[in-house]
Design a protein around this ligand. Structure first.
Ligand SMILES: Nc1nc2c(c(=O)[nH]1)N[C@H]1C(S)=C(S)[C@@H](COP(=O)(O)O)O[C@H]1N2
Ligand SMILES: [Mo]
Length: 367
C-alpha cells in the first residue's frame, strides 16, 4: 500500500447542506451508468441495459493467456485457464445485482460518491462453475475462515493504492450457488462486466461480485482489505468501525407508467385505469408481498406477485390503479421478504450511503 496526496485522492466526506452534485460526481455517474427504469419490463436485463459500476479502469485481459490461481490455505493450489473452466460442469443462474450505493444521492446530507438514485440494479443469467467445486478440489485447510477474491483492476481510493479485492466468509463462499461466471445472458462476459471471469455471489450487494477475477485465496485469518474494513460499512461517524454490508435488503421498483417529461422525467398518463407493474427482490429470502401507495398516507394496496424465478432473481408484480381524477400524484412501492425484512418509506442515513432500501417515488400527472 502506498499513500497518495489528498489533492489527488479526496478523503471521504458528506456534502455541505445544499451542496449540489459536482463535476467529479457527474463524471462517475456518466461512466457508471444505471439501468433505464423502463428496462424493468425484462425478466432478464439485456446486457447493455444492465447497470455498471467500476471503481477504477476496465482492464484488458486476454482470455487466451488469462489464468486463475486458487491458493492460500489449501492443500493443492490450482492454476486454471479458461478452457479448463469451460470443460467443467456448467451451471446457469438468474441473479439480480444491486449496487450497495443505490439510493445514495437522495440522502441528506449526501455522501459524496457515485450519486445513484434508484437505477443501480439489473438481472442477468450467469453461466459458470461452482466456486465450491474448485475449493473442494484445492482442499481447504481446517482453520480457514475467509476467502479473498482479487480482480485485475488497480487504482487509488481515499489515498490508498490498491487492487480491487474483497473477502467473503468461508461459509458463504462454499454455498452451492456461488459461481465463477464466464457468460452473461448466454454470451461471453463483455469487458465492462468482468471478462473473462467474474465472481457471482447471489443475494449479496454488488461489491461482492468481483470482476476480472485473477485470484481466489483461502485465508486462516479474517480478510482485512480496504473494500471490507474501510469501505462498505454501515456507520454514522468517520471513525466508527461500523457493520459490514452483506446481503441485499428487499426492494420494489415501479416501472414508470405513461410517458416522461424530458427534463424532470415526471410521468404523464391519461386518466382511467393504469396497470402498474414493476419488480421486487431480496437477498435474504423470497419476496412475499409488494404494496403500492398513491400520495403517501397509510393506505397501502396489495399488489399481485408473478412467479419467483431463481431464488435471487427479481419477481414481477402488478397493481391496477384507478386514476380517474386528473392531478398530480406520487406513487411508492415497498416489498417484504419471507425473513420479515421490509422497506422504510424514508431513507435511513449512513455515512457511505450504503444498503439504502427506502421506497422509490414516481411523480405522475394524470391528465
Ligand atoms: N474487480 C472489480 N470488481 C467489482 C468492482 C470493481 O470496481 N472492480 N465493482 C463492484 C461493485 S461496487 C459493483 S456494484 C459490481 C457491479 O457489477 P456490474 O458492473 O457488472 O453491474 O461489481 C463489483 N465488482
Ligand atoms: Mo457497488
Amino acid at each position: 500500500m502506498s499513500m497518495i496526496d489528498e489533492s489527488v485522492s479526496a478523503p471521504a466526506r458528506v456534502a455541505e447542506p445544499g451542496e449540489g452534485i459536482s463535476v467529479d460526481e457527474l463524471r462517475l455517474a456518466a461512466r457508471n451508468h444505471g439501468m433505464p427504469l423502463e428496462a424493468l419490463r425484462y425478466d432478464v436485463t439485456p446486457v447493455g441495459l444492465h447497470y455498471l459500476l467500476t471503481h477504477y479502469d476496465i482492464p484488458a485481459l486476454d482470455p487466451a493467456t488469462w489464468r486463475l490461481s486458487v491458493d492460500g490455505s489449501v492443500s493443492r493450489p490450482l492454476t486454471i485457464g479458461l478452457d479448463d473452466l469451460h470443460a467443467r460442469e456448467q451451471v446457469t443462474q438468474r441473479v439480480t445485482l444491486e449496487c450497495a450505493g443505490n439510493g445514495r444521492a437522495r440522502l441528506d446530507p449526501r455522501p459524496v460518491s457515485q450519486p445513484w438514485l434508484d437505477e443501480a440494479v439489473g438481472t442477468a443469467s450467469w453461466t459458470g462453475v461452482r466456486l465450491a467445486d474448485l475449493l473442494t478440489e484445492a482442499g481447504v485447510s481446517a482453520g480457514a475462515v475467509d476467502v479473498a477474491f482479487t480482480g485485475a483492476d488497480r487504482g487509488v481510493e481515499r489515498g490508498e493504492e490498491q487492487t480491487y479485492r474483497r473477502g467473503l466468509p468461508l461459509g458463504e463462499a462454499l454455498l452451492p450457488d456461488v459461481l465463477l461466471a464466464y457468460a452473461m445472458n448466454g454470451q461471453p462476459l463483455p469487458p465492462q462486466h468482468g471478462a473473462p471471469v467474474r465472481l457471482v455471489v447471489p443475494g449479496w450487494y454488488g461489491m461482492a461480485h468481483v470482476k476480472w477475477l485473477m485470484g481466489v485465496t483461502v485465508l486462516d485469518t479474517p480478510f482485512d482489505g480496504y473494500q471490507n474494513v474501510t469501505s462498505y460499512r454501515l456507520k454514522q461517524e468517520p471513525d466508527d468501525p461500523g457493520e459490514p454490508v452483506t446481503r441485499i435488503l428487499p426492494k420494489a421498483l415501479i416501472q414508470p407508467p405513461g410517458i416522461p417529461d424530458f427534463q424532470s422525467r415526471t410521468r404523464i398518463v391519461d386518466r382511467g385505469t393504469v396497470e402498474l407493474t414493476g419488480r421486487a427482490w431480496s437477498g435474504w429470502a423470497p419476496v412475499v408481498a409488494v404494496e403500492v401507495s398513491v400520495n403517501g398516507g397509510n393506505s397501502w394496496h396489495q399488489a399481485s406477485l408473478g412467479p419467483q424465478p431463481d431464488a435471487y432473481a427479481w419477481r414481477a408484480w402488478t397493481w391496477t390503479w384507478d386514476a380517474r381524477s386528473p392531478g398530480r400524484y406520487s406513487l411508492r412501492a415497498r416489498a417484504r421478504d419471507d425473513a420479515g425484512n421490509g422497506q422504510p418509506v424514508e431513507a435511513a442515513w449512513n455515512r457511505q450511503g450504503m444498503a439504502n432500501n427506502h421506497a422509490q417515488r414516481v411523480d405522475v400527472v394524470v391528465r
